[in-house]
Design a protein around this ligand. Structure first.
Ligand code: RIB
Ligand code: CA
Length: 298
């Protein structure tokens, strides 16, 4: 089977950890070309080091890490989101430090480079604020013709987690998200309205044998840190592993940006020419199968 070339744009991040793990584990399915980093959950320095450390733990130091922006398009970063990601971005769980160098490209150049090499085949999975992708579209207008799809963990069709209207990744850099959704590249939007339905419980790991205990131990600590709530970013990438996890609906989705009450709102309209598929439901059991399969591979 032909592998899918993917690039994960991320702000690791407790749930980002699980997204990266899935991207690393399914080697026969994904050609993981690079991880690009952005701040949000923490500073870009911290999220970049976390990405390097996660890849070391997962024995995937073959995957390059390219550092992204140190601020959002129109705003500076806020404080670390310690409540959801710990002070170190990884739920205060300590993992071994990687001394590996980052890639010589900045994130937006790496995205473009890979898109050019794969000429219409590359899928970008973005699970943090979309600043790097927006920078890439601004710098390389032809990028929109070179990407196959963008899978977004972000947005919501119901209520948000930053405000009544907005989810964090989109709210943090609504101006960037607007550029991405209007890029012309097909978008799969996996929003909070479905990710909230699928908490990741310790019991999903029950009965698994002959698995890497170090990796399992870190994962269980992260799950505990989050009180068995949803690992949003893992669900977005799982939609590429199995096509029976997410129920999609075609929509024209637009983003409300600017300093307004509804900043970051993702508005899906169903009677216009679609620019996206939005997730409207989830098969939780099939998602758990991906999680179980993933952990057995380390
Ligand atoms: O709203 C959930 C998203 O915000 C996830 O990507 C999480 O990692 C944080 O970045
Ligand atoms: Ca994230």
């Amino acid at each position: 089977m032909k592998k899918i070339p993917i690039l994960i744009d991320t702000d690791p991040g407790v749930d980002d950890f699980f997204c990266i793990s899935i991207g690393c584990a399914f080697k026969e399915l994904f050609d993981l070309r690079a991880i690009t980093t952005i701040g949000g959950n923490n500073s870009t320095d911290v999220t970049t080091q976390n990405a390097l450390d996660i890849l070391k733990l997962l024995d995937r130091e073959d995957v390059p890490v390219a550092r992204g922006a140190g601020r959002f398009l129109t705003r500076t970063f806020g404080d670390p989101v310690a409540k959801f990601h710990g002070l170190n971005g990884l739920g205060n769980v300590e993992i071994a430090h990687s001394d590996r160098d980052i890639d010589r490209h900045k994130a937006w150049d790496k995205i473009y480079e890979e898109a050019r090499i794969w000429n219409g085949e590359l899928v970008v999975v973005t699970v943090g604020p979309e600043t790097n992708l927006a920078m890439a579209f601004i710098k390389y207008p032809m990028l929109s013709r070179l990407l196959k799809k963008i899978v977004v963990m972000g947005g919501t069709l119901t209520t948000g987690n930053v405000s009544e209207y907005a989810e964090a990744n989109i709210w943090n850099d609504a101006e960037a998200a607007k550029i991405v959704f209007e890029s012309g590249v097909p978008i799969d939007m996996v929003g909070l309205n479905v990710t909230r339905k699928a908490p990741l419980k310790r019991s999903v790991f029950d009965g698994l044998e002959n698995i890497n205990e170090d990796v399992k131990d870190v994962m269980l600590k992260l799950i505990e840190f989050r009180n068995e709530e949803s690992m949003h970013d893992a669900i977005a990438i799982s939609s590429l592993v199995r096509n029976d996890i997410i129920v999609w609906k075609d929509a024209y989705t637009h983003i409300i940006d600017g300093e307004v009450e509804k900043r970051g709102m993702s508005v899906a309209e169903y009677d216009q020419r679609p620019n996206s598929r939005v997730a409207v439901d989830i098969n939780i059991e099939n998602y758990y199968k991906v999680i179980r399969e993933m952990i057995t591979r380390f």
